[in-house]
Design a protein around this ligand. Structure first.
Ligand SMILES: [Zn+2]
Length: 501
């Protein structure tokens, strides 16, 4: 058996000013992983590619990996970068001789040219090869367009947010594909979308309603009623026609039942639409509340969620950090501010020496009416790290992580992490490689929304969601949508919706 495996993964925030060039898809900023290097990098990791590799190896397949390209969320993908990924994949498809194609795609990739990056890739593959079965593992944040479904044989989506089941998802997709190749199942797919943009802060699977929706999907898969059942909450910070919630169910030759399950998911989600919105507290009130909670000891987590780099935030807004300093919170670690220039200046100052820096707010945010401003800080350079470590837990155990050159600037009360790459603080290891034990800190302030719960969540005694500034705005008030289909909830709060029969 011969299998083609590839990753092309990016969650595009069309409001984000952060550019998405080819280098962002390179694991160390310089090398796009292909072939044996990609296989070595992902083998035995808790990732989609790790799951596909294990399935393919267990089947004794010859494995061809034309590219594994994944980048942190940011603005529309550079056209040339996108064409590079598509070319690497389609050139290999054109050589022929594959029994199956296993794709690890995000599902919310928009490029400079296409709103539906995944659909366009699949159209190109199908233009060359109409019949080889294709399975796809999509992120739960996929914004599903018709071509993403109609040009695939098996679709499976994550069931957890934070995404701790990436490997399980691709394993489910890959094993189903092997059954298709063996002629053991005849997949039929149904899908549907609800006109709603669930807020990211209300999407976690630790809470209603997404917990319940994902449990429905998992139960149908466990009973064998569905080959794969997926509820995609969608990625709302994307001004593209099909942004929002959708459901996709694959059955073994039972299209009517696939549609019945899709309808049940869509109806449940729509009826719970209010629980998928999010209410914002004033920043000064949040920080004051956190300060009070800190009087009982360590473990107060402050979320600077407006500026989560894993939703396309610049990770350089300073408003929450400024308020933490203004209200004089003590024993804080703040992870972090993206500012490659400040990192260079701190490195030049040297470990143990004082540095005085203007940090953050270097990236304009034209999609917002308001912006952030640089923060003037004085402190001691405590740590300079090359930023490499191998993850042991959290979102992708076993994966080698590269934070980029990273600095800890200590003001006496606040340890500020300065970053030269966009990295969401999800794992306690990220703090430990910088010489900080986050479990001892009274306050752990992070630019994250939900993924932090995978591991940093274990130390949280109290959680305070802080309002602020950033392109992951709450309930979208600061953003102007022009391309998403209307009406859509909650942009059109009074709208009605009934399922098509
Ligand atoms: Zn996601």
């Amino acid at each position: 058996m011969r299998l083609l495996l590839a990753t092309m993964s990016h969650e595009t925030n069309t409001f984000s000013p952060v550019p998405t060039k080819l280098a962002r898809f390179c694991r160390d900023g310089t090398t796009l992983l292909t072939g044996q290097a990609a296989i070595d990098f992902y083998t035995d990791t808790g990732t989609c590619m790790g799951g596909y590799l294990a399935v393919a190896k267990s089947a004794g397949a010859d494995i061809v990996v034309p590219v594994t390209a994944g980048a942190p969320p940011s603005g529309r993908v550079d056209a040339e970068a996108y064409e590079t990924f598509c070319r690497l994949i389609t050139e290999e498809v054109a050589k022929g001789g594959f029994d199956g194609i296993m794709l690890d795609l995000h599902g919310a990739m928009a490029t400079e040219t296409f709103d539906d990056g995944e659909g366009e890739l699949l159209r190109r593959i199908r233009a060359i090869d109409k019949t080889t079965p294709i399975c796809i593992a999509y992120d739960m944040h996929a914004n599903v367009f018709p071509d993403m479904i109609e040009n695939a044989t098996i679709i499976a989506g994550y069931h957890t947010y934070p995404h701790i089941d990436m490997k399980e998802t691709s394993t489910r997709a890959g094993q189903a594909l092997l059954k298709v190749i063996a002629g053991e199942i005849k997949p039929t797919t149904a899908w549907g979308a609800a006109p709603m943009l669930p807020h990211v802060m209300a999407q976690g699977t630790h809470m209603f309603p997404n917990r319940d929706l994902q449990a429905m999907c998992a139960a149908w898969e466990a009973s064998g009623r569905a080959v794969a059942a997926s509820l995609f909450v969608g990625f709302p910070h994307a001004d593209v026609p099909m942004a929002g919630l959708s459901a996709v169910v694959v059955t073994d030759n039972n299209p009517a039942d696939a549609k019945a399950m899709v309808d049940e998911l869509i109806e449940f989600a729509w009826n719970a639409r209010e629980a998928f919105t999010f209410k914002v507290e004033k920043l000064e009130d949040s920080v004051a509340r956190a300060k009070q909670l800190g009087e009982q000891g360590p473990g107060v987590v402050l979320l600077d969620h407006f500026d989560n780099c894993a939703s396309g935030g610049t990770m350089d807004t300073t408003d929450v950090l400024r308020e933490i300093i203004r209200q004089d919170l003590d024993d804080v670690v703040f992870f972090g501010i993206y500012d490659p220039d400040a990192v260079k200046q701190a490195v030049a100052a040297g470990i143990g020496n004082d540095a005085e820096l203007d940090i953050g707010a270097k990236l304009d945010m034209p999609a917002l009416q308001i912006g952030s401003r640089p923060l003037h800080v004085k402190g001691k350079v405590r740590t300079v790290s090359a930023g490499y470590y191998r993850s042991t837990g959290g979102l992708s155990p076993g994966l080698q992580i590269y934070l980029g050159t990273t600095v800890v600037l200590d003001t006496g009360k606040v340890q500020i992490v300065l970053l030269s790459r966009h990295v969401e603080p999800t794992a306690q290891e990220m703090f430990r490689v910088l010489g900080i034990d986050p479990t001892t800190k009274r306050f752990v302030a992070i630019k994250s929304r939900v993924h932090w719960r995978a591991d940093v969540g274990k130390l949280a005694r109290e959680i305070v969601e802080c309002g602020g500034v950033g392109v992951c705005t709450s309930n979208y008030g600061q953003l102007t949508f022009r391309n998403v289909r209307r009406p859509i909830y909650p942009l059109d709060p009074e709208m009605t919706f009934t399922l098509a029969t």
